[in-house]
Design a binder for this molecule. Structure first.
Ligand code: SAM
Length: 326
């Protein structure tokens, strides 16, 4: 069985695909208001081009794919694309990250298209705080989306909460209670200095906060298998709720990194916190064969950086998270 192994003996079996760099929210730590630098539509990979590239990654041992963005539900025909990808014979897990604003009308179609799991961003349960962070007063739409996702049978549903000092850290308790009541997996995320917006955001040490939350709510440490991802988890003794912390700043987890990212134009990003990339989309449109593209993917993996340097060099990544696909 072929495998993508990088120079640090990490097996890359997870690909995140940004299907659009557009978003209907302007979260303060992500995409700035008035941003004009979106990718030109002529450069967006078509569904067939995405399916071809993802198929090549799958032939190289990638078994997990997440559709992301920007906001993936803004991409026209997203469920058709999901069906094409979920039909790839060796793809075991197709998931999608969304801000949830459009989820109510897409949830059951996504499930029917073979999407296995959903991650939904939710930074606040307070309507005005939600609007302050995201630039839109639409918390109700996201909560409707979560209800629809549950009804469509998605399980687990993960909530992603970027925790900011002085903005929503005092809402974490309420979010834990909500996740416990609804049986959601709650992941608290430290903001990363990606783009000016990310750099201007003040986070909280979640390594410490996670432990104290787990203790206060009687949660039990959860041991996950290899390749389970970067979060540290605790679970409720009863029910399906669990709590995870993603701590790129206070405790980085690069040694277990198993992923790379594909931008909407087919650029392969080898590390969220570095600028190393391979222009797979450009190569493909210049007529590269599958064998050429596989060579380019392998050369990229051979140059995957060992780790991000968010603490040492926070100025390094100029692009916004919405461009790479978080
Ligand atoms: N729109 C989709 C969503 O909301 O999940 C997918 C793309 S979004 C960029 C993916 C995740 O990245 C979201 O949970 C978002 O909160 C997170 N994110 C964006 N900018 C970030 C930053 N600077 N640091 C940490 N997380 C960030």
């Amino acid at each position: 069985m072929p495998a993508l192994i990088d120079p640090f003996q990490r097996r890359i079996d997870y690909l995140r695909v940004s299907v659009t760099d557009r978003c209907d929210l302007r979260c303060t730590y992500c995409l700035p208001k008035g941003f004009k630098g979106f990718e030109e539509p002529a450069h967006w990979l078509t569904h067939d081009e995405m399916t071809r590239l993802v198929g090549l990654f799958v032939s190289l041992g990638v078994s997990k794919v997440r559709l992301t963005g920007g906001e993936p539900l803004l991409r026209r025909g997203i469920t058709t694309l999901a069906s094409k990808l979920s039909a790839l014979p060796r793809l075991k897990d197709l998931s999608l990250s969304s801000n949830g604003t459009q989820l109510a009308r897409h949830a059951s179609d996504l499930r029917a298209a073979g999407v296995h799991r959903l991650n939904i961003s939710l930074d606040s349960l307070d309507a005005s705080c939600f609007a302050r962070i995201t630039g839109r007063d639409c918390l109700g739409d996201v909560l409707d989306g979560l209800r629809a996702a549950k009804e469509a049978g998605f399980d687990p549903i993960k909530l992603n909460m970027v925790v900011q000092a002085d903005v929503n850290v005092d809402e974490v308790e309420r979010m834990v209670a909500f996740a416990l009541q609804q049986g959601f997996v709650l992941r608290l995320i430290e903001p990363m200095p990606v783009g000016d917006t990310g750099r201007a955001t003040q986070g909280v040490n979640l390594t410490q906060l996670g432990e104290s939350l787990a203790e206060r709510h009687g949660l039990i440490p959860q041991v996950l298998g290899q390749g389970a991802g970067p979060a540290r988890y605790w679970r409720a003794p009863h029910g399906s709720m669990s709590l995870g912390v993603i701590t790129p700043m206070s405790q980085h987890f690069c040694a277990s990194c198993n992923r790379v990212r594909l931008g909407v134009d087919g650029t392969l990003y080898l590390c969220l916190g570095q600028n190393d990339r391979v222009e797979l989309g450009r190569l493909m449109r210049a007529g590269a064969s599958d064998a050429d593209l596989i060579d380019a993917i392998q050369a990229g993996i051979a140059a995957k950086p060992e780790r991000h340097e968010f603490n040492e060099r926070p100025e390094r990544v100029v692009r916004f998270m919405s461009q790479t696909g978080g």
